[in-house]
Design a protein around this ligand. Structure first.
Ligand code: DOR
Ligand code: ZN
Length: 408
């Protein structure tokens, strides 16, 4: 049994609580606050095919360190998780790696939409959390960029009551815009090529398809004012449409290219300060339902390649809770909003079973994010050097207690 004494709840009470466990421990939690453990609905943990960037052993440690006990993993692996066979092979490797880490992380997988395998959807609908459709190309080779196959994918998902999750960037417009910037080699051009219009065009298309087919639609990493206007209006029309944003679209903007160079590359890209402000507004008016880290580890060596060869994506699962808690310390976000974005809404949207995993947080702890705190194999973070107030202190996952000051 894990016994927790005098912990504060986010609504201002003090309680004792016990969690069934094989361990017998008691924690004096007078200085700590109780949160439900985080659910990260958007990660790229790299198994199979790119385990040198991350595997589920390193990723699980990073997740637990960040207060996360449930992750939903994207299908852009090698091979892509777009068939029953690929999903089964992926799950075997994932289980082995979690066993090796001795961390009972909870997980779900997305099925990757591949126009050659859409007929597998009916038999897989119970084993996956959603159908991930790449409307624009990113890491890996998953892409559906013709209107006919896109409609088919939405239609089949809707018929099987499977949530459609989209990477909404319009591939046609990305290709078209790339032609106008051939002479630019600086990484900031990435945000110009993959402009706000690129995202809005794809979001508009996805919403239209959701309306026509009645599919439930999850729009990943929303980062612009125009996408948010489309989503707001779709929600008002009563459509079952959900919006996710990322830590990097809340805490970074395109001024980061000056400091980080190619390290700042991500899809969809970092945006202007005005777009970032619009994302914050949408957190406050609840147009945004969830925060997904889009934890997309690449090695520093890969990220430091010149523009054109450097891959897109940031590791972030270990630190986004601290970023959010720090935003709370700065009065930008309430504790209730943090719980809704990182736990309640993901649990509802993905219809996840309720569990008793928790995180105990020290709201007053101040730490500067340093290299030695990084557990992801990526070994770097775009947030290095940031001084943050509010850190997770203990995570409990399936009755196992992790002391985050002493996690291996
Ligand atoms: O920046 C990104 N990196 N965006 C994606 O859509 C994929 C991700 C990755 O897997 O590297
Ligand atoms: Zn992603």
């Amino acid at each position: 049994m894990i016994e927790i004494y005098k912990v504060q709840t986010i609504d201002g009470h003090r309680i004792d609580c016990t969690i069934p466990s094989e361990e017998n421990v008691s924690i004096d939690a007078k200085e700590l606050m109780l949160f439900p453990a985080l659910i990260d609905p958007h990660v790229h943990f790299r198994t199979p095919g790119a385990e040198y960037k991350e595997d589920w052993k390193s990723a699980a440690k990073a997740a637990i360190a960040g207060g996360v006990t449930t992750v939903l993993d994207m299908p852009n692996n090698t091979p892509a998780a777009s068939t029953a066979l690929a999903l089964q092979a992926k799950e075997e490797r994932v289980k082995d790696q979690l066993n090796a880490a001795r961390i009972p992380l909870r997980y779900g997988f997305y099925l990757g939409a591949d126009r050659r395998h859409l007929q597998e959807i009916p038999k897989l609908k119970e084993s996956v959390v959603g159908l991930k459709i790449y409307m624009g190309s990113s890491t890996g080779d998953l892409l559906i960029d013709d209107a006919g196959s896109l409609k088919d994918a939405f239609q089949i998902a809707a018929e099987n009551d499977l949530l459609v999750a989209v990477h909404a960037e319009d591939e046609g417009l990305i290709k078209e815009r790339s032609k106008h910037f051939l002479d630019r080699k600086d990484p900031a051009v990435h945000s110009e090529i993959r402009s706000p219009k690129v995202a809005a065009l794809a979001v508009e298309h996805a919403i239209r398809l959701a309306e026509e087919t009645k599919a439930r639609l999850y729009i990943a990493h929303v980062s612009t004012k125009e996408e948010l206007a489309l989503i707001r209006s779709a929600k008002k029309r009563g459509l079952r449409i959900y919006a996710e944003t990322t830590p990097h679209h809340l805490f970074l903007d395109d001024s980061a290219y000056a400091k980080l160079g190619t390290l700042a590359l991500v899809n969809p890209p970092l945006r202007s300060k005005q777009e970032r402000e619009a994302v914050w507004e949408a957190i406050h008016d609840e147009t945004i339902d969830t925060i997904g880290t889009d934890h997309a580890p690449h090695t520093l060596e890969e990220k430091q390649k010149p523009y054109g060869s450097a891959p897109s994506g940031f590791p972030s699962i270990e630190f986004y809770f601290a970023l959010l808690l720090n935003a709370h310390a700065e009065k930008k976000l309430s504790l209730e909003q943090i719980v809704s974005l990182t736990h309640t809404r993901p649990q509802e949207i993905f219809r996840l079973p309720i569990d008793d995993d928790i995180v105990l947080v020290d709201l007053s702890e101040k730490r500067t994010l340093g290299n030695s705190m990084i557990r992801s194999k990526a070994g770097w973070s775009p947030y290095l050097g940031m001084a943050l107030q509010g850190w997770p202190r203990y995570t409990v996952c399936k009755g196992r207690l992790f002391d985050l000051h002493h996690i291996a």
